[in-house]
Design a protein around this ligand. Structure first.
Ligand code: FES
Length: 66
């Protein structure tokens, strides 16, 4: 699944992980670069390693993965 360029640009301003300041665009970039699981996206971006431990951001990432 590739994410469209315009959505990616907009996502660079939207929060993916608010506790570590990781933008949604970084998550989408990881998906565009082949990440297909939350674990892989977490390894590539650091999301899920903040204070929420994926309780808050996990849902967003899983929605992006479809
Ligand atoms: S929102 Fe930061 S680790 Fe989940």
């Amino acid at each position: 699944m590739l994410i469209d360029k315009h959505k990616l640009i907009k996502a660079n301003y939207e929060a993916g992980c608010i506790c570590k300041g990781i933008k949604l665009g970084k998550i989408m970039g990881a998906i565009n670069n082949g990440a297909r699981s939350f674990k892989k996206i977490s390894e590539m971006t650091g999301i899920g390693n903040g204070s929420c431990k994926s309780k808050r951001c996990g849902k967003k990432v899983r929605e992006l993965l479809g």
